[in-house]
Design a protein around this ligand. Structure first.
Ligand SMILES: [Zn+2]
Length: 399
């Protein structure tokens, strides 16, 4: 049992750093500090049912950044803030004997590093990080993986495609946008101004990613890891990223789902100019169906964004049905020839601004490529190199 004094010492040791993080203490926080409840405890049950899912701690739960919350035996949830529309990521800390396994790491930004420092000197104090697992290569997941593995001289665990793709994308930073990519966006119907914006933004991927370690441990689909004496099985999905790893613990009935399954957001599925003819949407639909088949329904899903929830099968079905509906809407929309940029109204309710243009383009081309592979649509290219998509009169469509 820890004494009250050691609670106090840790509490006050943490305070100056918390100020540096620019999170002023609220009244509620002061009363919590006064009752020495900074020691992480199990979250108090407060279930909320919404849109077919059950959120055990409500869907609006928003833990204070950097303060660990226990969600199961040996499993802690830490929310890290991010300075963008999607304003946070959920990081998972798993007790691993005399150390900790970290799942996902946040962007490499000063604020994220400071939160990690606070964790090292507070909650994680005296214990080392034994392994860093990244569910996939997106910067909010992999950003500080190199920094953490360097600091603790420990291994990075990722699937091979995610590791290699990440190193490849990071190496683009500082280079000019390639001509094939310019042609790809011109073909989609981008204006000169939009092309210029693309050129300027090119290479942004690597700007919030610390250099990855030069070696890694490859995670494979259905491989079993032992963490803290428990089995965690790797379940790979594809479509949002090429070889995304989820982690399933049968004993705790938990699924760390990364971005593969999110409760409210429909994860982005995009085609990129590096592989313009790919069909990630088909891979996405297949992996959602496969995960639904492989895993039981009664798991607590721990997503990388938003709140933990029950209802894995319901959510996977919703994700599949959403895209099927969008594919149908897009097909109908192409009764007259359209460019990629003319297809946004068929898929997105809100107006697509410059800010969301590249995501919307990638997602739209993913749907177009899926319909094209199914022989439901095709395109012609005009003299300016712009593609015009149209319905095929006699569809020989297949799934
Ligand atoms: Zn992602």
């Amino acid at each position: 049992m820890k004494s009250t004094l050691s609670h106090l010492a840790r509490l006050y040791a943490a305070l100056p750093q918390r100020r540096m993080l620019d999170f002023p203490a609220t009244n509620a926080e002061h009363s919590r500090l006064a009752s020495f409840s900074l020691e992480p405890s199990m979250l108090v049950a407060n279930p909320e049912n919404y849109a077919g899912l059950t959120y055990p701690w409500t869907r609006a739960i928003n833990p204070e950044p950097g303060v660990p919350q226990q969600v199961a035996e040996g499993v802690y949830w830490v929310r890290f803030p991010m300075p963008m529309g999607l304003d946070h990521i959920n990081i998972w800390l798993l007790e691993d004997g005399d150390g900790w396994v970290v799942v996902d790491t946040c962007l490499d930004l000063p604020r994220s590093r400071e939160i990690w420092e606070t964790l090292f000197s507070g909650f994680l104090s005296g214990k080392r990080i034994t392994r860093v697992i990244c569910t996939h290569m997106h910067p909010d997941h992999v950003g500080l993986a190199g920094w953490l593995t360097e600091r603790f001289d420990c291994q990075l665990l990722m699937t091979r495609e995610e590791y290699l793709m990440c190193r490849s994308l990071v190496s683009d930073t500082g280079k000019p946008a390639p001509e094939v990519a310019i042609r790809y966006f011109k073909a989609a119907g981008y204006s000169e101004e939009q092309i210029d914006n693309y050129r300027r933004a090119f290479g942004g991927f690597g700007r919030a990613v610390y250099r990855l370690p030069d070696s890694f441990h490859r995670l494979k689909d259905r491989e079993t890891l032992t963490i803290g004496g428990r089995y965690w099985q790797v379940i790979v999905g594809s479509g949002h990223s090429p070889e995304h790893a989820c982690l399933y613990c049968p004993a705790l009935k938990l699924l760390i789902s990364g971005d593969q399954v999110l409760p409210r957001i429909t994860p982005n599925v995009s085609v990129f100019p590096t592989e313009p003819d790919s069909d990630p949407l088909q891979e996405w639909l297949q992996s959602c169906a496969r995960i639904r088949e492989l895993l039981p329904e009664d798991l607590l899903v721990l997503p990388a964004h938003e709140a933990p929830f029950y209802g894995l099968h319901v959510r996977l079905t919703q994700l599949i049905e959403t895209h099927k509906k969008e594919l149908n809407q897009l097909y109908d929309h192409l009764s007259a020839p359209k460019r990629v940029v003319d297809c946004f109204p068929a898929l997105f309710k809100r107006e697509i601004t410059e800010h969301h243009l590249s995501l919307a383009t990638g997602e739209t081309i993913a749907h177009l490529n899926c319909l094209r592979r199914r022989r439901q649509i095709d395109f012609n290219t005009d003299d300016a190199g712009v593609r015009w998509y149209f319905q095929l009169p006699e569809s020989i469509a297949f799934d």
